[in-house]
Write a protein that binds this ligand. Structure first.
Ligand SMILES: [Ca+2]
Ligand SMILES: [Ca+2]
Length: 147
């Protein structure tokens, strides 16, 4: 009886181990290296960010929610110059979706609402609630509709 019991315990342990491995694999799949793509400058369903005012410097766009700009790079060409804390202008080309910009990564302090078909040519002209400039401060964003 003792060996039978040990056998069951061993099987249960193996199943638990496999479950943990599968769970770890799913987490890895859900965190892509970067979610951004080349800005199409007018494509529907995307928000396009720019490094300098008036849509200057590098650009980069998103279709979906993004938890950190630290792994998104201007024009996808540099592995050292990320969008994090370096966005100065933007255009939301989508006709339906709202974006909400966050001051920090992982959707912390998301205050700036970007309605469909809106833009800002120079974020240096706007501030967060505490007076800090919006310029070079965006770090992540949500995407949502009003329903
Ligand atoms: Ca990202
Ligand atoms: Ca920031």
């Amino acid at each position: 009886m003792k060996s039978f019991s040990n056998s069951l315990t061993s099987k249960a342990a193996k199943v638990a181990l496999i479950g943990a491995t599968v769970a770890a694999g799913l987490v890895a799949v859900q965190t892509p290296a970067q979610a951004s793509h080349k800005c199409a400058h007018g494509a529907d369903e995307e928000i396009c960010f720019f490094r300098l005012k008036s849509y200057g410097g590098g650009s980069r766009a998103f279709y979906n929610i993004d938890a950190t700009y630290k792994n998104d790079y201007w024009d996808g060409t540099s592995a050292t110059n990320s969008l994090d804390n370096s966005i100065t202008s933007y255009v939301n080309y989508d006709n339906y979706w709202y974006f909400k910009e966050c001051r920090y990564v992982n959707h912390d302090s998301c205050i700036v609402v970007v309605p469909p078909n809106t833009y800002d040519t120079n974020l240096a002209g706007s501030t967060w609630g505490d007076g800090g400039s919006l310029d070079n401060s965006f770090s992540s964003h949500y995407k949502y509709d009003l329903v």
